[in-house]
Ligand binder design. Structure first.
Ligand SMILES: Cc1cc2nc3c(=O)[nH]c(=O)nc-3n(C[C@H](O)[C@H](O)[C@H](O)COP(=O)(O)OP(=O)(O)OC[C@H]3O[C@@H](n4cnc5c(N)ncnc54)[C@H](O)[C@@H]3O)c2cc1C
Length: 401
């Protein structure tokens, strides 16, 4: 520690000691990843801002960064890589809306990756306007019967559980008639079909529910809470996708700098150098913006700041990967194989060309860039709202195709 650095707080010391203990007793490179992650969870180091006993310590989420950095530096496993939707979105939703039984049942195997999760929000007719969705849930005693179709469901093919939102009251206005459930994706009435992306892979799916029975105890919140439950998921999704705080010069922009350095000297002209520098500056501005948003996000339930990071990172990723492929010259057109693959994780890319193709989805997934601009315009800048003719009408009376 240099003389100008503040000494670690009591909370930081406690977290550091728990990480010391974890790394000493369970050397990451010699321990089964699931065992290691289970031990990390039991020490409250999974999401430090979660309550004690449920993978956390009730501390500031800021302290999670140093846990993740230390585990990663020691060669430990990354829960978010294996179960990105579960770790980044479903876990934070279960902890806010779940009963103690649900937290006890779901969070540990979610963190260890023994049970993968998916998010079942979008439908063929309702993506950006997801509150207008049509899948139906009808109560039958202690159960709810679900029928309908979801789409673009990332990792549904590997999932044990899904975070599902359906319409349970068609006579209410669209936002009020929704209810959220945890659904067993391996139930025989749930059918998962691959959807192939431009990378050649199918990391997402169509999902069909036919008279799927869900116990009432698997509801998150109460009937009609589905919209508020989804907001918790969506705010966390934006941060999870766009809120990363890499070291200065690392992340996607490091690939760009490397592509520049690999260029033959006669192609390292001043104009290209300037373009690379501009992108590097944008990456640094985004990094600093995310640091600021992180300071504002005290107790793990982020606000509209997440939309800034989501929007800026989508644009930046697309521009950076375009430039990388540009710098590769003719090699940028070479692609390993378009053979259909069912990947083990989402957003993975094993080549620069694949990273370029995959990045095109960044301004769609997790809410489109147009929708992010609407949110920021209305909630942050206070501009006049989007036109919403269906807001005060019962959902059953809203025209749809
Ligand atoms: C790689 C990937 C993974 C995904 N994973 C999941 C997942 O796991 N679970 C899940 O539920 N969903 C998932 N999605 C779906 C994603 O959330 C939707 O694609 C997204 O919300 C947009 O919805 P849509 O595709 O229906 O487009 P639409 O809503 O039909 O939009 C079409 C176009 O109209 C624009 N538009 C729509 N409304 C407005 C408006 N009010 N103002 C201005 N412009 C507007 C949009 O920006 C877009 O350009 C995934 C999508 C992708 C690409």
């Amino acid at each position: 520690m240099s003389v100008t650095e503040a000494p670690p707080s009591t909370d930081e010391q406690r977290v550091n000691e728990l990480v010391d203990d974890l790394l000493e007793k369970f050397p990451p490179t010699a321990t089964d990843p699931k065992v290691f992650l289970g031990e990390q969870y039991d020490r409250g180091l999974a999401w430090v801002h979660f309550p004690e006993g449920h993978g956390g310590l009730g501390l500031s989420p800021k302290l999670q960064k140093s846990v993740n950095e230390r585990v990663s530096a020691a060669g430990g496993p990354n829960a978010a890589y294996r179960n990105p939707i579960g770790y980044g979105m479903c876990g934070p939703t279960v902890v806010v809306w779940g009963t103690d039984e649900q937290k006890e049942r779901y969070l540990r195997p979610l963190f260890t990756g023994e049970e993968i999760w998916c998010q079942l929000f979008s439908e063929p007719g309702s993506g950006s306007d997801f509150a207008g969705l049509s899948s139906r849930g009808v109560q039958d005693g202690d159960e709810w019967i679900v029928n309908g179709q979801k789409v673009w469901t990332t990792l549904a093919h590997l999932s044990k559980w899904g975070l599902l939102v359906v319409r349970t009251d068609p006579e209410a206005v669209k936002h009020a008639g929704l209810t959220a459930f945890v659904v067993d994706m391996q139930d025989p009435t749930v059918h998962v079909l691959p959807l192939r992306q431009m990378t050649g892979e199918a990391e997402f799916n169509e999902v069909f529910f036919t008279d799927t029975r869900i116990p009432a105890a698997e509801m998150l919140g109460k009937p009609g809470d589905g919209w508020r439950v989804s907001l918790t998921t969506l705010m966390n999704e934006r941060v999870s996708i766009g809120g990363a705080i890499p070291q200065k010069g690392s992340g996607v922009v490091a690939a760009l700098v490397k592509a520049w350095q690999d260029l033959p000297e006669d192609r390292q002209d001043a104009a290209t150098r300037d373009e690379v520098m501009q992108l590097w500056i944008r990456a640094e501005v985004l990094r600093l913006t995310n640091i600021r948003a992180n300071q504002l996000r005290k107790m793990g339930d982020p606000g509209p700041e997440g939309s800034i990071g989501k929007l800026a990172s989508a644009d930046l990723n697309k521009d950076v990967w375009s430039k990388v492929v540009d710098l590769l010259g003719a090699d940028g057109m070479l692609y390993g194989s378009y053979e259909m693959v069912r990947p083990e994780t989402a957003m993975g890319a094993d080549s620069l060309q694949k990273a370029f193709l995959r990045s095109r989805a960044n301004s769609i997934e997790g809410g489109t860039s147009e929708v992010m601009r609407n949110i920021l315009g209305e909630r942050v800048l206070g501009l006049p709202g989007d036109v919403r003719v269906d807001r005060d009408v019962p959902w059953s009376e809203v025209p749809r195709n």
